[in-house]
Design a protein around this ligand. Structure first.
Ligand code: FES
Length: 123
């Protein structure tokens, strides 16, 4: 049911933890199940140089969070904003249809983290 990549990112999640000096933080809850994800980004110029996450959620949500923190590193903010739930699911070699809502969490938290960063630099 789950791809090898999903299992790998679930069993060995990358970039777990808090980032005290984060430039942007995005928190997103999933109304379907109540799971919550917090995504931290570190930005240099217009590029995301580091990302971390804390997720209280299902295995798919943890795999999505782990994958998305790997995907955004080195991307410009514009490129990162193009990451959608489909892009993340594809990078994980797919998610079961009933678990697609879990990948929403990652894309939405990322968007919020970028918006949080942008709102701070504009001030
Ligand atoms: Fe809640 Fe997957 S079941 S995010």
């Amino acid at each position: 049911m789950y791809s090898q990549k999903v299992m790998d990112h679930f069993m060995n999640p990358r970039n777990v933890g808090e980032m005290p000096d984060a430039d942007g933080i995005g928190t997103e809850g999933n109304p379907v199940c109540g799971d919550v994800m917090k995504l931290y980004i570190k930005v240099d110029g217009d590029r995301i140089v580091d990302a971390k996450f804390q997720t209280f959620g299902c295995g798919a949500a943890i795999a999505v969070s782990s994958m998305i923190t790997e995907m955004v590193k080195g991307k410009t903010l514009d490129e990162a904003l193009k990451i959608s739930k489909e892009t993340v699911a594809d990078a994980l070699d797919g998610l079961p249809p009933q678990k697609m809502h879990c990948s929403n969490l990652g894309a939405d938290a990322l968007k919020k983290a970028i918006e949080d960063y942008l709102s701070k630099v504009k001030k």
